[in-house]
Design a protein around this ligand. Structure first.
Ligand code: URP
Ligand code: ZN
Ligand code: ZN
Length: 463
């Protein structure tokens, strides 16, 4: 049998199956899963996966590349972000095209899409609507035709990217007929502004005061409102970075009523808690929603096991410590967000698969298959079944290592996981049938990033 590559001797883990198999790659896609040791043409290059897991490359559904908000722009470009992604075992990112005040969603999406070929791996794109005008419906139609079917909206960040409720409703209604979906950051801005004003009034508005400035209630209130809008329109909806069990449970209840509704969590809300704000450099942990109390984190993580969490993203935002420090005495002026595209898979694997018995198939479901499914990228991405792109993370489940920013590839000088001991990481990573990282070294730095257009997102209940 001839082919480009065979991954031999490993244990293949897909979202619904795991077992010993060799993966035959031809023309950049998975050609076949073979019984271990099935003879292939001796000229076919072999990637040795003995003693390791063979996973579909991770799909990060929430990754901001070179993201501008307020006075700050996060520090990576597509090449840097995807280099870090690939070293971490992620082979598809979904980036955002978020208009600055006065910009058109379609123009911003096309400009952001034009950057994807510089990447080491493929990328899809979320568009974004902030304000509704006479042209928005047409822009959404063109975006959907061009494969941008997930539209990010915010219920916070007034004057920057916040949309009002009627804009959310109109966008949902328009997307229903286009096979699209709103992807929403829910934090009720009025509650946040009020909390911040109280905090500022008693001089408790610094990075260390982050939790009180963005209470859990702000998230729950906004999720309830957005769910009601989605139910009124019978449209699918995807909640990004849900940080509380209460918010997750609202979405689960709506799903049981027949709404296609997804919960995304992000690694830092599962791995870190608000005690980070009591440390010496709380600014390193400033993100929205903020890290939550330990009991809240425990309640949230339980839903990895109940099945109510659909996906795990990174919400990667590559600011450095100088940017984080500058306004650390006033969170209202700080850049929000944490770097994490490279550590998403390994932190979750170590904590929940190694540490708490999450199954391998559920790990793949949460970090690769479901992000691809929810965003219209499956089965091309997030799977190792024949026909899928040959994006493969060969993973050593026993390798113990210590996270340190100096050894990561993210374009920043820090990681929120500095010094953390982890077990498990990718050793070799294949992108589109080419070995890009081999035994921890970059062996092919060719820019081959392809834009992956999203397919139709159905409106009916999640099966
Ligand atoms: O703090 C965060 N999450 N920053 C990135 C922008 C967003 O809200 O997703
Ligand atoms: Zn957000
Ligand atoms: Zn984000």
């Amino acid at each position: 049998m001839s082919a480009d590559l065979v991954v031999r001797g490993g244990t293949v883990v897909d979202s619904a199956w795991e077992g010993p198999a060799d993966v035959l790659v031809s023309d950049g896609v998975v050609a076949a899963l073979l019984a271990r040791g099935t003879p292939v043409d001796p000229d076919v290059p072999v990637v040795d996966a003995r003693g390791r897991l063979v996973l579909p490359g991770g799909v990060d559904p929430h990754c901001h590349v070179g993201f501008t908000s307020g006075e700050y722009t996060s520090l990576d470009d597509h090449r840097e972000c995807t280099t870090a992604a690939v070293f971490g075992g992620t082979t598809t990112i979904v980036d955002f095209a978020i208009p600055r005040p006065g910009q058109r969603p379609l123009d911003v999406a096309r400009a952001q899409r034009a950057k994807i070929p510089a990447g080491l791996c493929d990328a899809a794109l979320h568009g974004c609507v902030v304000e509704w005008d006479d042209t928005t419906a047409d822009q959404l139609r063109v975006l959907a035709d061009e494969g941008v079917r997930t539209i990010k909206m915010f219920t916070t960040y007034r004057g920057e990217s916040m949309a009002d409720e009627s804009t959310i409703l109109r966008t949902m209604a328009a997307l229903r007929d286009l096979g699209g979906m709103v992807v929403v950051h829910c934090e009720a801005d009025h509650i946040i502004v009020d909390s911040q004003e109280h905090a500022a009034g008693v001089d408790r508005i610094g990075a260390g005061d982050m939790p009180a400035t963005r209470p859990e209630l702000a998230e729950t209130a906004s999720v309830a409102e957005v769910l009601a809008i989605a139910e009124s329109q019978r449209t699918p909806v995807y909640f990004v970075h849900q940080s509380t069990a209460a918010a997750v449970e609202l979405v689960a209840a709506a799903r049981r009523r027949g709404l296609r509704a997804y919960t995304e969590t992000v690694a830092h809300h599962l791995l870190l808690d608000e005690s980070s704000y009591a440390g010496p450099e709380p600014e390193r942990f400033v993100c929205c929603p903020p890290l939550r109390a330990r009991e809240s984190v425990e309640a949230l993580t339980r839903h990895l096991f109940t099945g109510e969490i659909s996906t795990i993203g990174s919400d990667h935002c590559c600011y450095d410590t100088a940017q984080k420090r500058e306004h650390r005495h006033d969170v209202r002026q700080m850049p929000n967000g944490l770097p994490g595209v490279e550590t998403r898979l390994a932190t979750v694997f170590s904590e929940f698969v190694v540490g708490r018995g999450l199954s391998l198939t559920r790990f793949v479901e949460l970090t690769a298959a479901n992000p691809a499914r929810a965003n219209g990228l499956y089965p091309r991405k997030g799977s190792l079944m024949p026909g899928a792109d040959a994006d493969i993370a060969i993973w050593d489940p026993r390798l113990a290592w210590t996270v340190t920013a100096a050894q990561l590839h993210q374009a920043t000088d820090y990681t929120p996981y500095e010094g953390r001991r982890l077990t498990g990481r990718p050793t070799t990573v294949v992108v589109g049938g080419r070995v890009v990282v081999d035994e921890g070294e970059l062996v092919d730095g060719t820019a081959r990033g392809r834009y992956v257009p999203a397919g139709d997102i159905p409106a009916g209940p999640v099966q």
